[in-house]
Write a protein that binds this ligand. Structure first.
Ligand code: AMP
Length: 315
């Protein structure tokens, strides 16, 4: 029983107001896998080049992540992304994206990966996401993340792929861009109508403001954990997804109802808050289950609405 994730396995160059890393382990699938590994067995699917060493794979292996579906392409270069953040970390500019081995990647999943009950299609070209989705016939819960680049250059394929998953996780602004709707709730409701069968849960990520969950009959919003020191937001969305999907995977067999999805959001929020405390995967690599549990408890305390009585209102 396991969670399978396909998505970028990368080297990132990141500059924030608090420092810089010229080449560090990154990629959507890596951030997701590290976070989800606190909940269930995780398998990563994707290619890397010769430049990707055992030391990088060991980061995943140390968290028990199965890397046997990571394909090393002889003569190839690992996916590379470079980005720079503005002064309050809310804006980010992509300086460079080199697809490298992802340009010719044709996913061929092992039997174990194909049999996973839970699937996460992390950010990568939507045709590749769909090729994986089609192979994972046993998946009971599939979620997908994407980004503005693919909405710009491969929207039709992305829409087709979204229709094959249960849950879409997307940045607020990207959800609006995808649907051409200037309102997040309307945009989410539009995607809920895609199918058949189409997604039944939409998560709109709102960066430092948290995330919202929209379902056919529900709405829930959770702020981000109130951190004072954020160093590098890279991978926060994927780490959120790892906590969210990981929690759902740990409850396989239970219906992914509103209550389950809401608590899954709390785990995603807690995991993401650790990720941004240091560069890349540095903080999550040495995270413990106790620290996560403590932060989920703290989040529950901070977000408790109120014990105060309602007031009598004047007409
Ligand atoms: P996030 O901060 O959640 O948007 O995720 C950042 C991660 O996504 C980085 O580690 C990058 O390696 C990866 N990434 C950036 N651009 C792309 C892209 N076009 N396709 C796939 N992964 C990407």
């Amino acid at each position: 029983m396991s969670v399978t994730v396909v998505g970028s396995i990368a080297f990132d160059a990141v500059k924030t107001p608090f420092g810089e890393r010229k080449k560090m382990l990154g990629g959507a699938a890596v951030h997701f896998a590290l976070a989800a590994s606190f909940f269930d067995d995780v398998r990563v699917v994707g290619p890397v080049g010769d430049d990707f060493g055992e030391a990088e794979l060991d980061v995943l292996r140390r968290r028990g992540v199965d890397v046997s579906d990571v394909e090393r392409v002889a003569g190839g270069e690992t996916f590379f992304w470079a980005g720079e953040y503005g002064w309050d970390l809310n804006s980010r500019e992509t300086l460079e994206t080199r697809l490298g081995v992802f340009a010719d990647f044709e996913p061929k999943l092992s039997a174990a990966a194909r049999e996973s009950e839970v699937l996460f299609l992390a950010n990568i070209q939507p045709d590749l996401q769909r090729a994986v989705r089609e192979q994972c016939t046993g998946a009971q819960f599939a979620a997908l993340d994407s980004m503005n680049l693919w909405i710009d250059i491969a929207r039709d394929s992305l829409v087709q792929t979204i229709a094959t998953v249960d849950c879409l996780v997307l940045n607020d602004a990207e959800l609006k861009q995808l649907t051409s709707k200037p309102n997040m709730v309307r945009a989410a409701r539009e995607v809920l109508s895609w199918g058949p069968p189409g997604p039944r849960a939409i998560i709109a990520k709102q960066g430092e403001y948290g995330a919202a969950l929209v379902t056919a009959d529900g709405f829930f919003s959770l702020p981000a954990f109130p951190l004072e020191d954020v160093v590098d937001p890279t991978g926060a969305g994927d780490t959120f997804a790892g906590g969210f999907v990981g929690y759902i995977a740990a409850h396989r067999g239970d219906a992914a109802d509103e209550q389950l999805l809401r608590r899954a959001m709390a785990y995603g929020t807690a995991l993401a808050s650790f990720n941004v405390e240091e560069f890349g995967t540095e903080r999550v690599e040495r995270l413990t289950g106790d620290e996560i549990a403590e932060r989920v408890g703290e989040l529950e305390r901070v977000t408790h609405f109120s014990d105060a009585e309602p007031v009598a209102l004047r007409d």
